[in-house]
Write a protein that binds this ligand. Structure first.
Ligand SMILES: NC(=O)c1ccc[n+]([C@@H]2O[C@H](COP(=O)([O-])OP(=O)(O)OC[C@H]3O[C@@H](n4cnc5c(N)ncnc54)[C@H](OP(=O)(O)O)[C@@H]3O)[C@@H](O)[C@H]2O)c1
Length: 355
C-alpha cells in the first residue's frame, strides 16, 4: 500500500511543518508511513538530515529525475507543497505516480496544494459564495487567466486520465510559526509585520476586507486527516469533487491591524497605535517589498469560500479569530526571531512581474 509519502517543498513553511507534524504524530495509522522529503538545495538537505528520514535534493523541473525518485522510493502518495504556480512540476509528479501505479499495480495519490487566491474576485473568480464541493467546472473555464487555477485543473485532469487519485487542498492565509527545519514563516502576515517594523507604523487599505485564515498547526492536521483516510482506504471525494478548503475562520484586516498596532506600540516597535491609510498601492508595495501589481491579490482580496468537504475528513480546527487576536504577539515574535521570510513566493512574484 502507498505508505511511502513524498513531501515536496519540505524546506518550505507548509511542507516543512507537514514533515514535522507527521514525524511527531500519535496517529497510529500515519506514524507507520515513511516520509521522504524533497528539497531544492544541499543546504536545505543538511538542515533536514537530522530528522532521520530520507531527504532528496530533487529538481522538480527535471521530469526524469522526478520519475526516478518516485520509482526508486516506491512512493504511493505525494503531498505537493512546492508550488501552485508551476503547472509543469505538478504534472511531472502525477506522471511519475501513474508510472509507479503501472509498475506496482497499487493505487497512487497526489495531494496538491492550491491557494484561496484562485477563488478570489481579485483574480477574476465570480463574486459570491463558493462551496468547495463544486469548483471544478468554473475553475476549468477560468484556468487560463490565473496560473494557480491552471495547475489545479491540469493536476485533476492528468490524474484522471492516468488513474492517479487526486485531491486539491486550498489554504487560505496561513499564520503561526512553522515547525519545519528551514523556512518557518508564512507570507501575508509576516511580510506585513516586517513592513510595520521598517516604517514603525501600521497602515491599512481603504476597504475593510474579511479574509479566511488557518493556523499552521490546523493546516498540517488537515493533511494528516487526508493521509489517514487514504491509508485506511476510506473513500472521500477525489478528482473533480476532491477540493478541500482549509479555511478555519475569518478575520477582518482592520480588526487584525488595530490589535497589531496596539501591541507594536506597547513593545516600542511602532511610534503610536494609530492605524493610518496607505496613500496608494505604490507606497504599500514599496514598504511591503512586493511588486505593485500583486498588492491587491495579496492584501485586498477576499473570497467567500465555504468549506464543506472537511466533514469527510473529520477535520476540526482548533484556532479561531479570538485566539489569533489574543496571540498576535506570537506573530510579532516569529518575525523578530526569524527576520525576513525565506519563502520563495515573493521572489516568484517578482519573476512573474518581470514577465
Ligand atoms: N503560506 C500561505 O499562507 C499560503 C496560502 C495559500 C497558498 N499557499 C501555497 O502553498 C504552497 C506552499 O507555501 P509555503 O508558504 O510553504 O511556501 P514556501 O515556504 O516558499 O515553500 C515552498 C517550498 O517549495 C520549494 N520550491 C518552490 N518552487 C520549487 C521548484 N520549482 N522546485 C523545487 N522546489 C520548489 C521552495 O524552495 P526554496 O526554499 O529553495 O525557495 C520552498 O522550500 C505554495 O504553493 C503557496 O502558494 C500558501
Amino acid at each position: 500500500m502507498g505508505s511511502n509519502i513524498l513531501i515536496t517543498g519540505a524546506a518550505g513553511y507548509i511542507g516543512g511543518s507537514i514533515v514535522a507534524h507527521f514525524l511527531a504524530t500519535t496517529n497510529n495509522v500515519v506514524k507507520k508511513a515513511n516520509i521522504i522529503a524533497a528539497v531544492r538545495t544541499e543546504e536545505q538537505a543538511t538542515a533536514l538530515s537530522k530528522l532521520g528520514i530520507i531527504v532528496l535534493v530533487l529538481d522538480l523541473t527535471d521530469e526524469s529525475a522526478v520519475l526516478e525518485s518516485v520509482l526508486r522510493h516506491n512512493v504511493g502518495i505525494v503531498i505537493h507543497t512546492a508550488s501552485g504556480l508551476n503547472t509543469e512540476i505538478a504534472l511531472h509528479l502525477v506522471t511519475a505516480l501513474a508510472k509507479r501505479k503501472e509498475v506496482s499495480k497499487q493505487e497512487t495519490y497526489i495531494i496538491h496544494t492550491s491557494g484561496e487566491s484562485a477563488f478570489s474576485a481579485s483574480t477574476g473568480w465570480p463574486q459570491g459564495e463558493t462551496q468547495d464541493t463544486s469548483l471544478f467546472e468554473k475553475e476549468k473555464e477560468l484556468a487560463d487567466s490565473y496560473p494557480v487555477r491552471k495547475t489545479d485543473v491540469a493536476v485533476i485532469e492528468r490524474a484522471k486520465a492516468t488513474g492517479v487519485t487526486s485531491f486539491v487542498v486550498i489554504p487560505p492565509m496561513v499564520y503561526g510559526k512553522g515547525s519545519g527545519q528551514w523556512n518557518q514563516l508564512s507570507v501575508l502576515l509576516p511580510v506585513y509585520i516586517q513592513g510595520c517594523f521598517s516604517s514603525k507604523s501600521v497602515r491599512k487599505f481603504p476597504n475593510n476586507i474579511t479574509v479566511s485564515a488557518v493556523h499552521i498547526s490546523d493546516m498540517t492536521a488537515l493533511y494528516e486527516k487526508m493521509v489517514e483516510k487514504i491509508l485506511l482506504k476510506e473513500p472521500i471525494p477525489d478528482g473533480e469533487k476532491g477540493y478541500y478548503s482549509a479555511k478555519a475562520h475569518e478575520v477582518q484586516w482592520w480588526e487584525l491591524l488595530t490589535r497589531l498596532a496596539v501591541r507594536l506600540e506597547a513593545r516600542g516597535l511602532a511610534a503610536d497605535s494609530t492605524v493610518r491609510l496607505w496613500s496608494d498601492d505604490k507606497a504599500a508595495a514599496k514598504v511591503l517589498g512586493v511588486p505593485e501589481q500583486f498588492v491587491s491579490i495579496l492584501w485586498k482580496s477576499t473570497s467567500s469560500m465555504v468549506p464543506v468537504n472537511k466533514r469527510y475528513l473529520g477535520w476540526e480546527p482548533v484556532w479561531n479569530k479570538e485566539r489569533l487576536l489574543a496571540n498576535i504577539d506570537e506573530e510579532i515574535d516569529a518575525v523578530l526571531e526569524l527576520g525576513e521570510a525565506k519563502s520563495s513566493l515573493i521572489s516568484s512574484l517578482f519573476e512573474v512581474a518581470k514577465g
